[in-house]
Design a protein around this ligand. Structure first.
Ligand code: FAD
Length: 438
């Protein structure tokens, strides 16, 4: 009888860190182990919930995995790509390989935390170590806390401490030294196709991965105008880790304080979610869960379709539907409109954004929606209701953005406003007031 000898490997599990450059967990695996087998799992727990089978994010990940596979070929290695549920995949791998250790980068979302705990417990049964590292943020967990050791609930003091710590830290980028190659040596391993997983390629364009220094330098002056290319569109790259946040933050710190501040917002919301996982379906400020939302399905549909009769709102929704992107200023306007003008639950809008945004990030999306609805940290006070016309006057005065996305604006084909601004504003304020005083 022939006994198969199992290959001895250590696994590096890629998730939202799809790069070789300055990847902390990978660097640790590479410098500490002898036979590093890269792994990526197309996670059915996530994919099965995606309604759109041409989801652009899945196409993007698939392309990035192919790129990684090519980059690893230069090291005589490849990436093992599985389609399934992580626990089942690990059960299978434990039968096939003699696994020494599993390395990965930490996740802060409730699903990621429970997935990792399950995998860790499974690996424990065979004495395999699960080693996770900080990679997707500069500071995590309890690194930024107040004098009493509590997490910050308000952005400004958080950002002050973050910045102070960042300025004192020596942040060095890490890279893999090819002459000490410790990757598992193998021919290319085949990657399941999108079709194998029930998906098809999307035609949506992904913003390029470039750090546009000239843009970042003037970011504070241009970032609020949706008609111009005044933001970096690096959201999807930060989401899936095709860029290192350390690299970007180091550049930003030399170029523009406002831009760096936005990266701090990203981490602030990640840590709010980490410390308060209940915000996934509850208001950060519990009293706001008493608001009796109107939740008209008909109104919601008009909002989704960009047919509200408020051109800046419609332009934003149409941009989102067509490209998977919406400018931050317009995200704030459409979110305020949905929650205040239409009194529709912020969770409806949040879920719609989650389906459509290329840069969808649970923490920032939840934080952005709760901010707009007035239910969150540092929220816009409920009695301040964005006026879509004055926002247009300030940020799209020449109507360039509106005309791009709502070409029929100004003609009889364009719908009349679905609600009167003054009436909706007063209705929102009195509804919130009553709920909060009850
Ligand atoms: C209702 C609402 C929902 C949002 N949903 C998301 C989301 O799902 N994912 C997401 O990444 N951002 C979200 N944002 C924040 C912000 O709108 C986007 O990060 C930004 O528009 C992305 O475009 P950009 O990459 O060109 O950003 P830039 O302006 O170039 O900023 C660079 C990066 O900084 C971070 N950043 C910028 N602004 C914010 C912010 N306000 N909060 C947190 N991080 C920020 C992002 O990672 C962004 O990619 C949301 C905002 C609102 C008001």
């Amino acid at each position: 009888m022939k006994i198969a000898i199992m290959e001895k490997v250590s696994i590096f599990w890629f998730r939202r860190d799809l790069r070789l450059e300055d990847n902390r967990g990978l660097y640790h695996a590479y410098t500490q182990e002898k036979n590093v087998l890269p792994l990526f799992i197309f996670d059915r727990e996530i994919l099965d919930d995606l309604e759109d089978k041409t989801d652009a994010r899945v196409t993007f990940i698939h392309q990035q995995i192919q790129r990684l596979s090519q980059e690893l070929a230069a090291f005589g290695s490849s990436i093992l790509v599985k389609y399934g549920k992580p626990l089942e995949v690990y059960q299978e791998l434990m039968e096939k390989y003699d696994i020494l250790n599993v390395y990965t980068n930490r996740d802060y979302e409730p699903y990621g935390i429970s997935r990792d705990l399950e995998v860790k417990n499974l690996l424990d049964t065979k004495g395999i170590q699960f080693l996770d590292f900080k990679d997707q943020v500069i500071f995590e967990k309890e690194e930024i806390v107040n004098g009493s050791g509590d997490f910050y609930k308000v952005f400004t003091p958080y950002s002050r401490v973050w910045l102070d710590k960042f300025q004192k830290a020596t942040i060095q980028l890490v890279s893999l030294n090819p002459s000490n190659n410790t990757f598992f040596q193998t021919d290319a391993i085949s990657i399941p196709s999108l079709e194998d997983m029930g998906f098809q390629a999307s035609s949506i364009q992904i913003p390029p991965l470039e750090i546009n220094q000239a843009l970042i330098q003037k970011y504070d002056q241009v970032r609020n105008f949706p008609a111009i290319n005044g933001t970096t569109r690096l959201g999807i790259h930060l989401r899936f880790g095709t860029i290192s946040v350390r690299k970007l933050a180091l550049e930003a710190s030399k170029l523009n304080a406002t831009y760096l501040n936005e990266l701090i917002w990203r981490e602030f919301y990640m840590m709010i979610l980490y410390h308060n996982p209940q915000v996934v379906d509850k208001a950060f400020k519990p009293a706001y869960d008493e608001i009796p939302w109107r939740n008209s399905e008909e109104d919601f549909q008009k909002w989704c379709d960009g047919k509200t009769g408020f051109p800046i709102v419609d332009a934003g929704m149409r941009e989102l539907n067509a490209t998977g992107y919406m400018h931050n200023r317009v995200r704030m306007i459409v979110a305020s409109f949905l929650t205040k003008h239409l009194l529709i639950d912020w969770r409806w809008g949040e879920a719609y954004f989650a389906k459509k945004l290329l840069d969808f990030e649970l923490s920032s999306n939840n934080g952005g929606w709760q901010w707009a609805a007035g239910t969150g940290t540092d929220a816009q006070p409920y009695f301040r209701v964005f006026n879509p016309d004055s926002q247009t006057e300030k940020f799209d005065k020449e109507l360039k953005y509106i005309k791009k996305w709502v070409p029929e604006y100004g003609t009889s084909a364009y719908p009349k406003p679905m609600v009167d601004h003054k009436f909706a504003r007063e209705r929102a304020i009195s509804t919130y007031k009553e709920a909060l005083n009850s």
